[in-house]
Structure formats: C-alpha cells, structure tokens
Design a protein around this ligand. Sequence first.
Ligand code: GTP
Ligand code: MG
Length: 314
Amino acid sequence: MDLTQLRVVALGHSSAGKSSYLAAMYTHLSGGRKGFRLITADQALGDQLTTAGKLLGRGVYPPPSSRRTELSAGLRYGRGEVLGFDWTDYRGGALTSSAADDPETAQLLQRLAHADAVVVFADTQRLAADPESHAEVRRTVVLLHRAVDEQPTPLPVVLVYTKADLVTDPADWARARAAAAPLEELLDSGGRVRGLAVAVSCGPAQRGVAVPVLWCLSTLLTHRAQEVARSLESSRDLVKDLRKEANGIESLVSWFKGVESAAKRLKYWEEVVREEKAESARLGRPARRLAKLLDRERRGTAPPAGAPAPTAAR
Ligand SMILES: Nc1nc2c(ncn2[C@@H]2O[C@H](COP(=O)(O)OP(=O)(O)OP(=O)(O)O)[C@@H](O)[C@H]2O)c(=O)[nH]1
Ligand SMILES: [Mg+2]
C-alpha cells in the first residue's frame, strides 16, 4: 500500500449523489480543516468542484451527468503532504451489467480488486421506497466480497446514505436501513473490513461530507503508523541484543567462520532504526490529528436507527 497513491473506488447508482458529494467534500476540505487541507494538481477540476460546492450551499445541485469523475488529490498537514489518493466513481449501470458486455464493468471489477478503500453511495429515499435498489445492494455486496478477499491490509468500506436531509420520517429510515442490511452486515463483518455507515447531506444543511473520505484516509494512515511503530520496536530490541553481542572477539570468530559479524549486523539495524524512527515521527502526529478531526466531523452523522418498519397486516 502506497500512502501517496491510494485508490478509492466510489460506487453508486445513477443520481445517487456521487457528483454532489465530491463537490461538497472537496469544497469543505480544500478550505482547510484543523491543519489539514485537500489539494489537487488539476486546477481546472478543483475550480469546477469549488464552484459546484458553493452552488450546493445555496441549494443548486449539479445536473445529472452519468459521467465518471476522477479526482487525484493530496491531503496536506501543515506544509507536508501526508496522503495522496485517486477518487474514481462508477455509474450505477456498471454495477449491474456483466463484465463481458460492458467495458466499464470490467474496469470496475479490476479496480475493485486493487482498491485501498471503497465508498458506496445509496440514495436513502430510494432505498426506502424502490425495491429495485435491493437487487443493487445484493450485487454490491457480492462485488465487495471479491474486493475484500483480495486485500492483504485493512479495507475501509463506507456506506453513505445520501440526501439524508430529505428523509425525516423514522419509519423511512428503518425501511432504508433494512434494505441496506446486507451491506451493513458486511461493514460489521470484521476481519479486514473497517466499515462505517454515515448519513450525508450536500445541500444548504450540509452534514457529514468529510466523513467518508476521512474515514478511508485515517484508517489507512493509522494502520501504517502502527505498523511502523511495531516494526521500530522490534528493530530496537534487535539493536539492543546485537549491542550485547558485538565485540572484538565475536568479530574475530565470525571472520574465521566466514559469517557476518554482530557489529556489521548492528550497523545495518541501527540504520533501519534511524529510518523507521524518522517515518514514525513523520506519520505519528498527522495520524493522531486526522483521527481527531474525523471524530469531530463524525458528530451527528450516524444514520438514524429509525422506528421498526411496519409489518404487513395479517
Ligand atoms: N436534497 C438533496 N438532494 C440531493 C443531494 N445530493 C444529490 N441530490 C439530488 O440528486 C441529484 C443527483 O445527484 P448527483 O450528485 O448528480 O448524482 P450522481 O450520483 O452523480 O448521478 P450521475 O452522475 O447521474 O450518476 C441532484 O441533482 C440533486 O437533485 C443532497 O444531499 N440532498
Ligand atoms: Mg455524477
């Protein structure tokens, strides 16, 4: 996993709210949050997203495009760039067609297998009301299982309940969450999945727009920082042991035996410790700060549990 080139795959049917989300999220984070700032080298796309984001704040939504959006962005902490990622969204059709008929589906499957994080967009109202969305949920779960199976490291998976501002009746929330239950089960399945469900609104009453992307980035950054910290600890132990072992006699004996001396190995491992210490220092602080920012941004974004959906009359 390369923290400077993470691959985030966004899935969601047509009109699920993917483009609105990207514009709202980019506008929110490119303005800077607690020392973090999202940037992109693609100035034209950045300007386009910020213009769309500002319009969203006034309740003007982008026209449906059914176009795939790709954004390459970097997350800066202070002056240093700590993470970089590619965000690619796929139209809903790509979820339901077969790879043999649709080149976009084939590409989606391939990208999913190599994804570092997956964000699934589902229109809350549609989940509550349209039985067709249930088949999409099942298909998405099958695809996600494939992505999870390929992963050697944790896979952040976020389920975004979009247009949360439009759903106010608890019974509708209950219906929507029941429809998305197979996905929510996958989020909670443990193992390599680091799942989260979040309610998002992109319009004037904006809510939760930073959470999906920050969950993905924070999970991966924290994992990497912990990995480096663990490795540093064992390298330090090794250096301690080698220091006890390395002396003139041992060097002479090793030379006679034609094996590498403890002194030589010590030199190598001391260098490893230096490098790991530097990386740990570079990652540790941003990882802790990003987790804190995520906590803040998550407040009030859990999807309502809702009242139990009314059962059919007997
Ligand atoms: N009320 C409300 N409406 C939203 C929100 N997000 C999206 N919409 C509505 O949903 C429509 C589709 O949103 P898009 O962001 O274009 O959806 P998309 O997934 O990019 O759609 P395609 O690109 O066509 O696949 C918008 O035109 C809005 O009318 C939201 O947070 N709140
Ligand atoms: Mg779109």
